[in-house]
Design a binder for this molecule. Structure first.
Ligand SMILES: [Zn+2]
Ligand SMILES: [Zn+2]
Ligand SMILES: [Zn+2]
Length: 121
């Protein structure tokens, strides 16, 4: 599975090295050459596992669907959200800080109590 586009619906065969890739970033990671752009692209639908060709020069709305199973493969890519994970960590850090603060103020209260008791005694 591709780690760049989590909802990839098709694999694309690169015209340069004739291998299957989920996205251009996958090609860039495993190959040292530039991804060649071709007018006619070969796709493999991930839903029905069948291959089909599309002419990129004459691409219209009907071409956004797999000709075999009507799977809509031209969709907005869902990319991994790194930012959300960092935010979650921050929340945990904040709550830990708050708890420390409460503990500290409690021990301070106890110290003040002891000082007052000393004076009284
Ligand atoms: Zn290539
Ligand atoms: Zn990828
Ligand atoms: Zn299909």
């Amino acid at each position: 599975m591709c780690k760049h586009v989590l909802n990839a619906q098709v694999a694309i065969r690169s015209p340069c090295c004739r291998k299957w890739f989920d996205c251009a970033a996958c090609h860039a990671e495993s190959e040292t050459h530039e991804l060649q752009k071709a007018i006619e692209m070969v796709f493999a639908c991930k839903k029905c596992k069948k291959c089909f060709r599309k002419d990129a020069a004459e691409f219209d709305e009907a071409d956004e669907f797999c000709p075999h199973c009507d799977n809509h493969f031209v969709i907005e890519a869902i990319e991994p959200q790194m930012k959300l994970e960092v935010e979650g960590e921050d929340v945990r850090k904040d709550s830990r800080m708050l708890r420390d603060e409460r503990l500290r103020s409690k021990s301070m209260e106890r110290e003040i109590d002891e000082i007052l008791m000393d004076k009284a005694g």
